[in-house]
Design a protein around this ligand. Sequence first.
Ligand code: PLP
Length: 226
Amino acid sequence: MTDLADRLASVDAAIADAAREAGRDAAELTRIVVTKFHPASLVRELAELGVRDVGENRHQEAVVKAGELADLDLRWHFVGQLQRNKARAVRAYASSVHSLDRAELADALDRAGEGAAPLDVFLELNLTDDPGRGGVAPAEVERLAAHVLTLPSLALRGVMAVAPLETEPRVAFARVRAASDRVRSIAPHASEISAGMSGDFREAILAGATHLRIGTAITGKRSTAG
Ligand SMILES: *Cc1c(COP(=O)(O)O)cnc(C)c1O
């Protein structure tokens, strides 16, 4: 096995273990491999290993890779901060946006989608006290959810969060779970939770995450060879 195949297999085994511990079915979890900073060739290798869901956090990089790999049957998840003026371009390749954090961006994504299949969106929560970070304050999430529900070309799937470094993952994910419950009170179908990265996916699975965004534990460190 290559190192990449090895790491993918061990992460998947750890996901299966955590799901078992949580009394959940691993088949209900979507494991997204976050491939930022890595070349398209690595994404192609991942696809050969059966990976279908990939994540990117920078539009410029994602659009190039998605173009190079258009022959593959991949689902691109956009997970990074997004400017309104990129909405149309992102919709051209992304099957979901995990970082929807404001009404203006929701409106831009909706306008860019006339006639297209609905775009899956997750509302990103800001779990820090720093308003400069991406994400909506948890107290504002229902208001944003209510707005997204009025937009015909967006499909609200749930909430997304990055656990802050300074917070214990278990505590952070409990807040995510609480925000998810509030969103579900107005949008019962929006029950998905995008949470869990290389360092904390086990805790995220225990807290109910449905979409895991895992980078370095699978891809290895950023490749310098391009
Ligand atoms: C990079 C990134 C990840 C993956 O992080 P790792 O720690 O490498 O697993 C997940 N989510 C977002 C939003 C990211 O930018």
